[in-house]
Design a protein around this ligand. Structure first.
Ligand SMILES: *Cc1c(COP(=O)(O)O)cnc(C)c1O
Length: 404
């Protein structure tokens, strides 16, 4: 008798969850690179379309490789159902557009990924949806914004790039009382370090591009929630608007999941050590890391997350000039706006990922010109510390080793 995968521990689910072997008995998950499916008879085709027979119809609606990925992700998250999409943004957009209609009201935490912020501030209002932003760390602002009816709450915790935490159970209670579902972008925490559905959220979205692939190869997204919401609300939107994930990318993401626990644990351990290291370096004015004693919401981070995650944010004295000197001085860490890769990547949010939100919004979020975000990869942390040390030293000397 096959094991019930829901009784298996997370790392085992990541390797075995969702596997559907074909009669060939392949070890690895099969890659069904097919757009369509054939029927044994016209009757079977008819029965498939009326829903009395379960048969794949078309890869815009469903595909066996995608099903394996969706089942594995759902098992990991503890969700009843999952649908995957071509990108993380397609996942966020589908979750919002499928649920909302003209006249609805959305309340969102201000500290959102740039494109999520754009959807809430610019796209939704075009369709007659009212939107309001709050400081996600301030429960009074949530309480005020949710004192009148709302249909959806969108938030990210920890947030990008300042690693602010939102109190999920408290916000979920306020949201539900206002009539809203809670959608959590859980990219920074990963499904291993924080399970928003267990903390009161209704829907979780991922950019699988980040830690789930984790090796910088493909884009992908996922939406997880109750079977009823996924099948009745989300699936018709996905089926008819076509943000489908490629089976090839789904196959890579399945293989990425197999090593997710090993990668996230190692990178998170390195990130915590590097945050402590950075806090002691000359020229570093501040470090943000969720589980550090100086994080303003350390207690909340420890309640909601089992570890601090793979991202460290720090600020150097001297603003943009110093930050650019440090970044240009890196020899091992690469400059990139991406994150969650095996390779460590550094970002200057003010001039790249958070350039478009404008100076005022950046000031409200605390994204100064001296802030650098580092996504810690799988290198030996001592090599990363050496690189940070020499880049910071070069910047305080006013000479970048690479520019010199
Ligand atoms: C990258 C990212 C997204 C968007 O994902 P894509 O796969 O790039 O479309 C959304 N939210 C967060 C927090 C992200 O880091």
């Amino acid at each position: 008798m096959p094991l019930d995968p829901s009784h298996l521990r997370p790392s085992t689910r990541l390797v075995h969850g969702g596997v559907q072997r074909t009669p060939h008995g392949e070890t690895a998950e099969a890659l069904f690179l097919t757009s369509g499916y054939v029927y044994d008879s016209a009757e079977q085709a008819e029965a498939t379309f009326t829903g009395t027979v379960d048969h794949y119809q078309y890869s815009r609606f469903a595909n066996p490789t995608l099903t394996m990925l969706e089942d594995r992700l759902a098992l990991l998250e503890g969700a009843e159902a999952c649908r995957t999409t071509a990108t993380g943004m397609a996942a966020v957009n589908a979750a919002l557009m499928a649920h909302l209609k003209a006249g609805d009201r959305v309340v969102a935490a201000r500290a959102l990924f740039g494109s999520c912020h754009w959807i809430v501030s610019t796209l939704l209002p075009k369709f007659g949806i009212e939107t309001a932003f709050v400081d996600g760390t301030d429960l009074d602002q949530w309480r005020a914004a949710l004192s009148c009816p709302a249909q959806l709450v969108l938030l990210e915790t920890p947030s990008n790039p300042m690693l602010e935490m939102v109190d999920l159970p408290a916000v979920a209670d306020l949201a539900h009382a206002a009539g809203a579902i809670v959608v959590v972008d859980n990219v920074f925490a990963t499904p291993l370090l924080q399970q928003p559905l267990r903390l009161g959220a209704d829907v979780v979205v991922y950019s699988c591009t980040k830690h789930i692939d984790g090796q910088g190869r493909v884009l992908g997204g996922a939406v997880l929630g109750s079977r009823k919401w996924i099948t009745e609300t989300l699936q018709p939107f996905i089926r008819n608007t076509g943000p489908a994930l490629s089976p090839f990318n789904a196959w890579l993401l399945l293989k990425g999941l197999e090593t997710l626990a090993l990668r996230v644990e190692a990178a998170s351990r390195s990130a915590a050590a590097i945050a402590d290291f950075l806090a002691e370096q000359p020229g570093v004015t501040r470090v943000w890391y969720p589980t550090r004693a100086d994080h303003p919401q350390q207690d909340l981070a420890r309640r909601q997350m089992s570890a601090g995650g793979t991202i460290v944010t720090f600020e150097v004295a001297g603003g943009k000039v110093s930050a650019f000197r440090v970044m240009n001085g890196f020899r091992l860490i690469s400059i990139s706006n991406n994150l969650g890769d095996a390779k460590s990547l550094a970002t200057h949010p003010a001039t790249t990922t958070h350039m478009r939100i404008g100076e005022d919004e950046r000031a409200r979020l605390g994204i100064t010109d001296g802030v650098i975000r580092v996504s810690i990869g799988l290198e030996d942390p001592e090599d990363l510390k050496d690189d940070l040390r020499q880049a910071l030293a070069g910047s305080t000397r006013g000479v970048s080793p690479l520019a010199a």
